[in-house]
Every structure is written in structure tokens, then in C-alpha cells.
Design a protein around this ligand. Structure first.
Ligand code: APR
Length: 234
């Protein structure tokens, strides 16, 4: 561990599961009652904006009913105490990492509490429902949409993420099924650039074979233990 200085962590829905937010692909997954293409594509937004806005309004409102869990708090501790480089990349659109206190964080798939102007690209912090046709303060267009990266759209901050992966000594993936690219390919990139790779997940994932080590269990137990070990060895 002494040789580790640059760490990149990727988190997915599994890290928020113990907070009570349903994962995407497990039993009781978020898509129950909705086909992905009905709520999470640019086409859906064009054809039925009311449905898409309502879907994300409900998810945004549900944030008020959940709290960060031990895994979010452990990563916030890592952020506070780790003296080397650290980037925590989350695929999650909830705000539980921020609420735990994590600062070195990127939301690659967008954020529920953000509205994006489809006309000018301006963003606004947004906590209430987002009616279709809401106006952008910057350009005046009635074009605010949920700031969520839909299937077929480019995830945010990829250049920054790829640079961090290329420089990483250690890449750790937490609570993600490895079903969605480009995040699913981060392990190969980190590995090819010389990083050690570790997966912490409830069960083996699509990508498990690509990791040097996989530890199976609940994020609320595995992540605090891993953070304790990393900080203890530094
Ligand atoms: N602790 C650790 N892992 C868990 C836990 C837990 N308590 N509960 C579930 N998991 C694991 C599951 O076993 C699964 O492998 O978390 C993973 C969650 O996988 P998905 O539901 O596919 O979520 P994710 O990988 O984040 O999805 C990626 O897909 O639809 C898109 O944009 C959406 O960001 C999302 C992306």
C-alpha cells in the first residue's frame, strides 16, 4: 500500500442500496413499471416529456427520505484524510456522497438536483419539481430538463476521468454491475496503465474477471473496512 498515491474510486447504485435507493438491475429495480426507453432516453424526453420529468421529479423528491450510509461516510473520511490524489467518480444521480461530506467527486451520469438548459447548456441547482417548459435564467428558453445523462448521451467529464485513471495506482469499483459503458471499461483502462484493481460488490459482476481482486459483501461493511486499511497503511 505504501506505493499507492493516486486512487480512483467508481461507485454505482449498490453503494446507495443500503440507504434505501433501489438499484437498477436487481430485484425491485428502479425500472419496474417503466421500460428504460420510456424514461431514460433523448427520444423519451422528446416524445413524452411529462412522463420523463415526473419520473425524475419523484426520484428527486425521494432524496428527502434517505440518508448516506456507512459506505458513503467511509469514502468521505477517505477524502478528508487521504493525502495523495483521489477522485471519486459516481454513476449515481443521488446526492448521498455530497451529504456525507465528499468533495473530490464527479457525477458522470448527472445529478437529480440539477436542471440543464437544453438550449444553452447552463445548469441550475434544482430541488423542487421541474415542470416541462421551465425557463432558463441565462438564455430565457423554455428548455430546462433533468440534468441526467440518458442512454445514448455522452457521460460528463470523461477527459478528466480518463486522465485520473491513466495516473491511478489503485482503482476501486464499488456497487456497480459493470453493465453500462464507458464506466464498465474503467477497470481495463486503469489496469492497462498499471494500476492495481479492486472490486467491492454484493455479488460477482459482469466485470469481475477484469479485477485483480473482488471482495463480496455489503458496501456498508466492505467500504469502511477497506478505507480503514488504506489509511492505516499510508
Ligand atoms: N453493497 C454492495 N453492492 C450492492 C449492494 C450492497 N448493499 N446492493 C446491490 N449491490 C450491487 C448489485 O449486486 C449490482 O451488481 O450493486 C450493483 C448495482 O448494479 P446496477 O443496478 O446495474 O447499478 P449500476 O451499476 O450503478 O448501473 C449503472 O446504469 O441505468 C444506468 O445510468 C444508470 O448509472 C446507472 C448505470
Amino acid at each position: 500500500m505504501n506505493s499507492v498515491r493516486n486512487i480512483v474510486v467508481l461507485t454505482g447504485a449498490g453503494i446507495s442500496a443500503e440507504s434505501g435507493i433501489a438499484t437498477f438491475r436487481g430485484p425491485g429495480g428502479l425500472w419496474e413499471g417503466h421500460r428504460v426507453e420510456d424514461v431514460c432516453t433523448p427520444e423519451a424526453l422528446a416524445h413524452d416529456p411529462a412522463l420523463v420529468h415526473r419520473f425524475y421529479d419523484l426520484r428527486r423528491a425521494a432524496l428527502a427520505t434517505v440518508e448516506p450510509n456507512a459506505a458513503h461516510h467511509a469514502l468521505a473520511r477517505l477524502d478528508r484524510e487521504w493525502r495523495g490524489e483521489l477522485l471519486i467518480v459516481t454513476q449515481n444521480v443521488d446526492d448521498l456522497h455530497e451529504r456525507a461530506g465528499t468533495r473530490r467527486l464527479l457525477h458522470m451520469h448527472g445529478a437529480l438536483q440539477s436542471a440543464l438548459c437544453a438550449a444553452c447548456g447552463e445548469r441550475r441547482h434544482w430541488i423542487d419539481a421541474l415542470p416541462v417548459g421551465s425557463r432558463c435564467d441565462a438564455c430565457g428558453a423554455a428548455a430546462l430538463r433533468p440534468d441526467i445523462v440518458f442512454f445514448g448521451e455522452m457521460p460528463y467529464r470523461m477527459e478528466r476521468i480518463e486522465t485520473a485513471l491513466a495516473q491511478a495506482d489503485l482503482f476501486v469499483s464499488i456497487g456497480t454491475s459493470g453493465a453500462v459503458y464507458p464506466a464498465a471499461g474503467f477497470v481495463q483502462l486503469a489496469d492497462a496503465c498499471g494500476a492495481d484493481t479492486l472490486e467491492l460488490n454484493l455479488e460477482r459482476s459482469t466485470g469481475s474477471d477484469s479485477f485483480a481482486e473482488t471482495r463480496l459483501g455489503r458496501a456498508g461493511e466492505l467500504v469502511p473496512a477497506w478505507v480503514e486499511a488504506v489509511l492505516g497503511a499510508a
